[in-house]
Design a protein around this ligand. Sequence first.
Ligand SMILES: Cc1cc2nc3c(=O)[nH]c(=O)nc-3n(C[C@H](O)[C@H](O)[C@H](O)COP(=O)(O)O)c2cc1C
Length: 382
Amino acid sequence: MNETLDLDPHGIDARTFRHVVGHLTSGVTVVTTDCEGERFGMTASSVTSLSADPPLMLACLNNSVPTADAVSRSGRYAVNVLGQGHGDLAHTFAMPSPDKFAGVAVTRGSTGSPLISDALAHIECEVAERVVGGTHTIFIGRVVSATAYDGEPLTYFRGGFGRFEFARDDAVYTHARERILDRVHRAGDVVDVDQLAEQLEVDQTAVFYALTRLTGDGLVRRDPERGYVVTAFDASASDATFEARLAIEIGVLEQVIGRVPPEDLAAVRRDFDAMSALLVGERFVDFDAYLDANYAFHERLVGLAHNPVLDATFGTLSIKQVMTRSFGSTPVTSQRFIEAQRGITEGLEGADRERALSAAREYTDLAKERVREILQQTGGQL
Ligand SMILES: Cc1cc2nc3c(=O)[nH]c(=O)nc-3n(C[C@H](O)[C@H](O)[C@H](O)COP(=O)(O)O)c2cc1C
């Protein structure tokens, strides 16, 4: 029953291997067993299906941990597939502790292994074979029972927990966003979930997911009676945001000009160059990429003050949403935006206070003016 895999002694070092293999995204499980009346459980991502006929699973467990020894002795284990909200559970079961099950709702499976009640799936196995590989044993389990429930999985990538997103959900969000920016849905319109789902040939869940993200973008709001309503956007909303950003940036420039360390100046220049490459002639190469680069540039300017309160205040301005709502509705823009931001960058580099401040003011005036032009083309509202 026992077989040993030979590992190449001339391979890469363990640290590099861990780093590289951390890029292999996985689900997260808790492998449990009951051995002589005692419950054991450990977080494990090295768990996978091996064969469908016969149904076999495998779990790779470190020989030195108590759960591996308990699985060896009991001859059975259950795989509890964790859901999106189970990050704390995954941490708890990844640390040695006398009673990891305290406060965790569990039932007893048909083989006697503990089953975590609100897991995304339960797979109960009887150990059929063991294979030793380095520090671990691969426990091949014959599947005795398997049940899945509704929910989203917890994922693990490069040492951190996260969530899974269907590419389809992102596509529905992008599509719905374009429809609002292109004014297929106008301010005050209700977005009909069923209709949109039918048009895009997706289920309602994908549409609700998109609408939740669009609410975060400020493009729709949830009306308790009408449903998801496209929000109105006018010049006063964008003026207020652009002026608030200007007030912060002027304050920061006044504080720092002539005293910015070379590494901070280099970072501003890098951000400026990255942003300007995304505006070719009078058009955005890729609006979303420009938006990110523009945000990074202005975030960097504010960051020159090294004041976390200012950083946080800048973050609350919803600049991206305002820009998406206005500039994002047309690919046409102007190099004058880049020139004004070049003025800020060069003003900082040359410790030229007047140049930097007047360029910051000019940039804000241009943005306000441009929103008015766009609004005029669209009848006053977006
Ligand atoms: C996300 C994640 C995945 C893990 N996957 C495994 C695994 O597949 N096999 C393993 O032996 N240990 C794995 N571990 C480490 C064990 O959970 C950890 O050693 C735990 O303390 C073992 O429990 P025990 O000491 O109570 O038996 C993982 C830890 C984390 C955080």
